[in-house]
Write a protein that binds this ligand. Structure first.
Ligand SMILES: Nc1ncnc2c1ncn2[C@@H]1O[C@H](COP(=O)(O)OP(=O)(O)OP(=O)(O)O)[C@@H](O)[C@H]1O
Length: 290
């Protein structure tokens, strides 16, 4: 279990995070989503004991961070937002060097990952593209089969095919029982692989749930085709309007009212859609700014 409880961090007078809390169970993938500057990296760095926090508590596998970090460090796989290793070291030498820090490294697994991610191990680190550096970071972070995986924007710099491969790797790690946190500002990837998400805004988690629940609880997009009297719906938010249909956003608590009105109208057809995570996300951000 990973527990982050009410952490607060200011960089001097600048806000890093205000109040972030979440828990991640064994075998769960948790996505921390938010735009640049929301506080994802600050949270992750605090979890890795790289920065001190002003308030709150972090435990990983029951060990307090940073106090007991040493006891658990070997069970954590961390990928920083920007991967940087020894510039002049060849990738293969780096892996050999890295492997020495862990007991029982599974070389077969390492080679399988190198092959899967199509990484050239004969090159020096400084000769690698950003995406290839990321691959080294990913492999290095999971090669020791850690119980806890913490990835900061792992797909940044990876092409779509490699992103898919990374999702596959993370799913396998989850099945193995790893507890996984990853941050992202790409909603579609969070939607694809996370069990739960926390939406971060200005240093706070403003919403947290499973994707399914978020989408179920949230307003629906209802399209009515050839509606005779649109005036009756003037209290409802219009999402889109064309000659043939009109789409309203209807909050769950207003669904009854909406259908009451609709029952007194004539129309040709109706379509009800759950919003995507992207729509929910944009809406949370927009509504908070108003
Ligand atoms: N060393 C620092 N000194 C001052 N302010 C900082 C420092 N590091 C981060 N911040 C500020 O803390 C806030 C949160 O930044 P953080 O990097 O945690 O966000 P993020 O969600 O990870 O964004 P990104 O996706 O851009 O990495 C931002 O306003 C940022 O400017």
């Amino acid at each position: 279990m990973i527990k982050v409880e009410h952490i607060k961090k200011y960089y001097g007078k600048y806000l890093g995070v205000e109040d972030i809390s979440f828990k991640i169970k064994k075998g769960e993938i948790y996505g921390l989503i938010g735009p640049n500057g929301a506080g994802k990296t600050t949270t992750i760095r605090a979890m890795m004991g790289m920065i001190s926090i002003d308030k709150g508590e972090i435990t990983i596998g029951g060990k307090k961070i940073p106090h007991d970090l040493k006891k658990i460090k070997n069970q954590i796989g961390y990928l920083p937002g920007e991967v940087n290793f020894y510039e002049t070291m060849k990738v293969k030498d780096f892996f050999d060097f890295n492997d020495r820090f862990y007991k029982n490294i599974d070389k077969e697994y390492e080679n399988e990952l190198i092959k899967l991610l199509e990484l050239e191990t004969n090159k020096k680190f400084k000769e690698l593209s950003m995406g290839n550096k990321k691959k080294v970071g990913i492999i290095q972070a999971i090669i020791h089969k850690p119980d806890y995986i913490i990835f900061d924007e792992p797909t940044n710099g990876l092409d779509p095919l490699l992103q898919q491969k990374l999702y596959g790797i993370l799913k396998r790690e989850k099945e193995r029982g790893a507890t996984i946190l990853f941050s992202s500002h790409i909603l579609s990837e969070v939607e694809k692989i996370c069990d739960r998400v926390g939406i971060v805004k200005k240093g706070k988690i403003i919403k947290e749930n499973t994707i399914d629940e978020l989408s179920k609880m949230y307003k629906k997009a209802i399209s009515i085709y050839k509606l005779d009297d649109k005036n009756k719906f003037k209290d409802f938010e219009i999402k889109e309007e064309t000659d043939s249909f009109i789409t309203y956003f209807v909050k769950n608590q207003n669904l009854n009212k909406f259908f009451d009105i609709l029952s007194s109208c004539t129309y040709e057809d109706i379509e009800i859609k759950r919003p995507s995570l992207e729509e929910i996300f944009i809406d949370y951000y927009r509504s908070d700014e108003e």
